[in-house]
Design a protein around this ligand. Structure first.
Ligand code: MIC
Ligand code: SF4
Length: 659
């Protein structure tokens, strides 16, 4: 039987297990990526594991989320990251150089390679045939030390693209259509492999918009085959020698197939406050818009901003609407500047920002109260923009720009009819991309400026947890609904983000967006459980969303289902993730006494799947632990850091493998 493209890459990198859906596999990682809000823990854990040198082909540390450096703590983090990259042998991308996914795509992403990154949008280079997966920072630290990465072999779904995008429909509309059909949990346990004749009609930047936002489906990753477009993109970057032809076999078998006829697509928009709340733009036309932002790792490339610049040329934006452009990389800004487009956009009324994540996580350009913001980003979770009760829509650069011109949501096709002289900009590649060997913003390991770690006063240690106990009991500290995001668990706004390397302080903000008395109540209770509905922990890869509850004494989570990366993070920090059914979820109340009746440590180690949970000493439910043998050992040892250290001490295995 032939192989899918995903199976070919996995096969090439397989070090443990078999490519059977649902089986745990271990794969070798070629490249790792980390950024400035997850990277501090990555390196602190790398250090705690006594590793002294990066083992992967490429390791890159980007500074992109906290680049405004509002506080010395942000700047201290950057200095620490530069020193860690220098000390251990990673590339270091300076603050202002751009968002990790954009800069990585421009400099290192290569077909056929595997990558692990401590950011949930790591799958972005799937657009050029790299198999890239997001994970918690500890998994990245272990992979960077040469250890395998373990996942449950996902289902492989073919997304067959047919036809060609009509004018004004874009790659963003392809992924919004996927979200409309499948929802934010429709991709859990799946890899989306794009196939069919429509693939060759999309350029690499369009493909990476789709693979980037595949994360919002909950997917493990998304990937495109390589072809003339991939070759073209790599040669524009001066990396044509990295091209490898990668296609699935003709007789490859997929677990499922989705067909999208590109020619049927029209401009779409995700309404507040979930990326799957998708409707045609025309359905919400006329809604007044206060703010428009172009940028982010989804649509912040030169090829994304150029269409907007063309639409703005010779025009001015509406006086009641602000338009901010935050390019995804300095390279994109530089190219737009050299070609005169920055001046053109400024003349139209654009406020041009540095290349940063910024507004995407509520750092800068926070919307006004009771206002509408249209963004080309990938997430519009409530409150993520920096204000509760926000009203954030997600759309393509073309739809966003049309709104800035008109002051209200408008289908760009209708605006073009109204204006009479606005052509569909389409996609145009740059003639000269800026990557050069002596790029001052990207410091290679052999040009490192530090060889010792520099830790400011805010940079602490990573707390360790004791081994799992036999008896687990405590109150249901908080009951939450479906689709709780990691932004709810540990928000990433400016006031909180600067504590990412200070866990005792950061923990004070745990779940504050759901209940601001939570952290104190958890500490006082000295143990207890979280209760949640479906898809608990969706969104970011931030391991702080498991580490901080662990620090506060939380022992486990009872949820109807978990998001993939967050579940792995719960194992990594020794928290018991138990699945419960909808009826039991309904019946549990916040404050109820929860007791896991079994000898938990013994049951986890022995492979027991069903656990009896007694509630208020009154009724019982059956909860399920879906975990591999490896995950059970990690859990029982109190998390992956303790587990890996223990193994190294007992000489069981050469560090850094975690098994
Ligand atoms: C996000 O988009 O939520 C982030 C901020 O990039 C996170 C990473 C983090 O929390 O530091 C992500 O996507 O993993
Ligand atoms: Fe940055 Fe937003 Fe992309 Fe996360 S989703 S990496 S915050 S631009």
């Amino acid at each position: 039987m032939g192989q899918t493209l995903t199976e070919k890459i996995l096969d090439d990198h397989l070090v443990e297990g078999e490519l059977e859906t649902g089986e745990e596999i271990g794969i070798e990682i070629d490249q790792v990526l980390t950024q400035d809000t997850t990277g501090t823990l990555v390196w602190l854990q790398f250090e705690a594991l006594d590793m002294d040198e990066v083992q992967t082909e490429v390791a890159a540390q980007y500074c992109d989320h906290q680049t405004y450096q509002f506080d010395f703590k942000n700047t201290d983090d950057h200095r620490f990251l530069r020193s860690a990259a220098g000390t251990f042998g990673a590339h270091y991308s300076r603050p202002g150089n751009g968002i990790c996914h954009n800069v990585h795509k421009e400099n290192f992403a290569a077909p056929g390679k595997t990558m692990l990154g401590s950011d949930s949008h790591t799958p972005t280079p799937g657009g050029l045939g790299e198999l890239a997966i997001g994970s918690g920072g500890l998994d990245v630290a272990v992979a960077m030390g040469g250890g395998p990465y373990y996942i449950e072999m996902p289902e492989i779904v073919s997304v067959r693209l047919e036809g060609e995008l009509p004018e004004w429909a874009t790659a963003k509309d392809v992924i919004l259509e996927m979200l409309r059909r499948l929802s934010v949990k429709g991709g859990v346990g799946k890899i989306f492999e794009y196939t069919g004749p429509g693939v060759e009609t999309l350029t690499v930047p369009e493909r990476t918009t789709i693979t980037n936002m595949g994360t919002e489906l909950g997917a493990t990753t998304s990937i495109f085959p390589t072809d003339e477009e991939t070759k073209d993109w790599l040669s524009r970057l001066g990396r044509e020698d990295e091209y490898v032809e990668l296609t699935p076999d003709d007789d490859a078998e997929y677990d499922d197939e989705i067909v999208i006829d590109l020619s049927d697509l029209e401009p779409l928009i995700a309404k507040p406050s979930m990326p799957d709340n998708v409707v045609p733009v025309r359905e919400v036309a006329g809604e007044k818009v206060d703010q428009v932002i172009l940028g982010s790792c989804t649509n912040g490339g030169y090829e994304d901003i150029l269409p907007a610049a063309k639409m703005l040329e010779g025009r001015t934006i509406d006086r009641k609407t602000d338009l901010i452009v935050a390019p995804g990389s300095k390279q994109a800004s530089e190219m737009l500047a050299r070609e005169g487009w920055v001046a053109e956009m400024m003349a139209a009324g654009v406020n041009f920002s540095e290349a940063t994540c910024g507004a995407c996580i509520g750092i800068g350009h926070v919307p006004a109260s009771d206002s509408v913001s249209l963004r080309t980003f990938n997430r519009n979770f409530e409150g993520r923009s920096g204000i509760e009760d926000d009203s954030v829509y997600l759309c393509s650069p073309e739809v966003a720009t049309a709104a800035a011109l008109k002051g209200e949501i408008v289908d760009p096709r209708d605006l073009a009819d109204e204006l009479g002289d606005m052509d569909a900009p389409g996609i145009e590649m740059g003639s000269k991309y800026g990557t050069s060997a002596d790029d001052p913003d990207l410091i290679a390991p052999d040009e490192a400026v530090d060889d010792d770690l520099i830790k400011g006063p805010n940079i602490g240690d990573v707390p360790l947890k004791d081994e799992l106990e036999s008896e687990l009991a405590g109150p249901a500290l908080l009951k939450m609904q479906d689709n709780i995001t990691t932004d709810h668990i540990i928000p990433a706004t400016q006031d909180i983000l600067m504590y990412r390397s200070n866990i005792p302080k950061l923990s004070e903000f745990t779940l504050s967006r759901v209940d601001d008395s939570f952290a104190q109540r958890a500490l006082d209770a000295d143990g207890g459980f979280l209760v949640a509905g479906e898809n608990y922990g969706q969104g970011s890869s931030r391991e702080h969303a498991a580490l901080c509850p662990m620090f506060l004494g939380v022992e486990g989570v009872l949820a109807q289902s978990f998001a993939r990366i967050h579940k792995a993070n719960l194992f990594n920090f020794g928290l018991l993730p138990l699945e419960i059914d909808a009826d039991d979820y309904e019946q549990i109340e916040q404050g109820d006494d929860i007791e896991v009746v079994d000898d938990v440590a013994e049951a986890v180690r022995s492979g027991q799947e069903e656990f009896t949970v007694r509630v208020n000493d009154d009724w019982e439910l059956t909860a399920t632990l879906d975990a591999s043998e490896r995950e059970r050992r990690i859990l029982a040892d109190g998390g992956k850091l303790s587990h890996t250290k223990k193994q190294a001490e007992s000489g069981d295995s050469a560090a850094p493998a975690d098994d």
